[in-house]
Each structure stands twice: as C-alpha cells, then as structure tokens.
Design a protein around this ligand. Structure first.
Ligand SMILES: Nc1ncnc2c1ncn2[C@@H]1O[C@H](COP(=O)(O)OP(=O)(O)O)[C@@H](O)[C@H]1O
Ligand SMILES: [Mg+2]
Length: 227
C-alpha cells in the first residue's frame, strides 16, 4: 500500500498541489487525470522517490518518508524502497545503446546484484509476457512506439515491484498499439499488481481504473481532490 498525507510541492513559488491525501491500496488500480502542467508527473516522481515532496508524508508499506527528513536518512529509506515500486516514464526512456534484453536486465544485475543468467531468463519471460519475444537483440531505435512502451513495462517489472507507476502510457500511440499496451496493463491488473496510471483518456480510465483521482480540479487552485 502507498499512502500520501498532506502532500505539497512547489516549483519557483507555484504550488502544484496542497493538502493532497490519497491511499493507493494494494492490488488496486488508480487512474490520475488532470490538465497538462497540473503536477501528475511530479506526483509519480515523488511516489518513485525521484523527487521529494515539500510537505506531507509518503508511506510505502511499513516505511515512512516525511518531508523534513535529513538527506542521508531520506536516501537510506528511498533506497530501501527502490525495488518495491517500478516506473514507466512518459516517452519510454529506454537506454538507446543497449539492446532490448539488456534494457530489461540492467537494473536487476547492476543495481540489485541479481545473477546475470537468472536476470536474463526472467527478462525473456517478461518480454514474452508483453508480446516482445523475438525482439531481444533489437535496439530501441528500431522499435515502434507501442513496442518501446511494452519493453519499458517489462523493464519496470524486472525488479519485481509490488506497485507500478505508468505516466501517460498510451499518449503517443496509435489505436492498435494502444490496445496492445492496454491489454498488457490489464494483465498486470488481473495479477494483482498495484497500479497508478496517469492518463487523459476517459475510456482508458474506465477500463483500467478502480478509481479516478483528478489533479488540480478544484477551482483551478492547484489542489488535488478525490472523485
Ligand atoms: N524539476 C522542475 N523544476 C521546475 N519546475 C518543474 C519541474 N518539474 C515540473 N515543473 C513544473 O511543474 C508543473 C507541473 O509539471 P508536471 O508534473 O510535469 O505536470 P503534468 O504531468 O501534470 O503535465 C509544470 O508547470 C512544470 O513546468
Ligand atoms: Mg506529465
């Protein structure tokens, strides 16, 4: 479970959200919507500890990360959580100089010391699960958007996270690639992975979400509320 209490983040004096509370239940899927610039990507980056909230507390499982932790302690706790939450970035961000399988095995081997042969075997299973078996030797430049996104999902799953954050996973895709990616996400949902999905697509929100949270919808005050 991921719990957010009293979150606030400000950039250059602009408050993105204030007093935001939300609970991302284990095994549930939450869709986050909201206007461009309202702070959706920022929220995901905070949940993934790529950034820190300015106020409020983040709790993941039994670990609590308040806003005012000293930096060294923040890093220690953020690291302890690293494997438990995976992220699929807007725009894929695959490593261009690595082939598909290397993209998937890099984090387990380099960051978590998994035996390369085990990581490779698991990587091939993941590629198969996202319909990308046969692409192990290809470079990202030779993949379509939909293929890149499915590899990015396999990569995020390679560290066996309990929760997966997806930032506009279909926004750059044509309808057919969108359907391929949505099916993959539906499969993850059916397996009980906790999902947090940023999307503008109403139909996707209905298909993929147990609930919808809208960012910055109250009188455009920059706050978040729950629907
Ligand atoms: N690292 C940063 N430094 C300064 N401003 C930022 C940074 N990241 C995001 N912002 C600003 O915060 C606002 C929200 O950004 P973002 O979370 O990407 O919104 P969304 O994903 O909802 O479109 C934007 O106005 C953006 O310019
Ligand atoms: Mg964004």
């Amino acid at each position: 479970m991921i719990e957010v209490r009293g979150f606030m983040k400000a950039y250059a004096g602009r408050t993105l959200f204030a007093g935001f509370d939300s609970t991302f239940e284990r095994g549930k899927s939450t869709v986050i919507t909201g206007k461009s610039g309202s702070g959706k990507s920022t929220l995901l980056r905070i949940l993934n500890r790529l950034e820190r909230q300015d106020e409020g507390t983040l709790r993941i499982g039994d670990l609590e990360i308040p806003a005012n932790l000293p930096h060294a302690e923040w890093r220690r706790r953020a690291h302890a959580l690293r494997r438990r939450v995976g992220m699929v970035f807007q725009g894929y961000h695959l490593f261009p100089h690595l082939d598909v399988l290397q993209n998937v095995t890099l984090a387990p081997v380099r960051a978590f010391g998994v035996d390369p042969r085990i990581a490779e075997q698991r990587g091939l299973e993941l590629l198969s699960a996202v319909g990308m078996d046969g692409a192990r030797d290809r470079r990202p430049a030779r993949l379509s958007g939909g293929e890149s996104q499915r590899v990015a999902i396999a990569r995020a799953l390679a560290t066996e996270p309990e929760a997966l954050l997806l930032d506009e996973p279909t926004s750059a895709l044509d309808p057919r690639s969108t359907e391929d990616v949505v099916r993959v996400i539906e499969g993850l949902r059916a397996k009980g992975l906790t999902l947090v999905i940023v999307t503008h697509h109403q139909e996707l929100a209905r298909r993929l979400g147990d609930r919808v949270v809208e960012v910055g919808a109250v009188g455009d005050s920059g706050s978040l509320h729950r629907l």
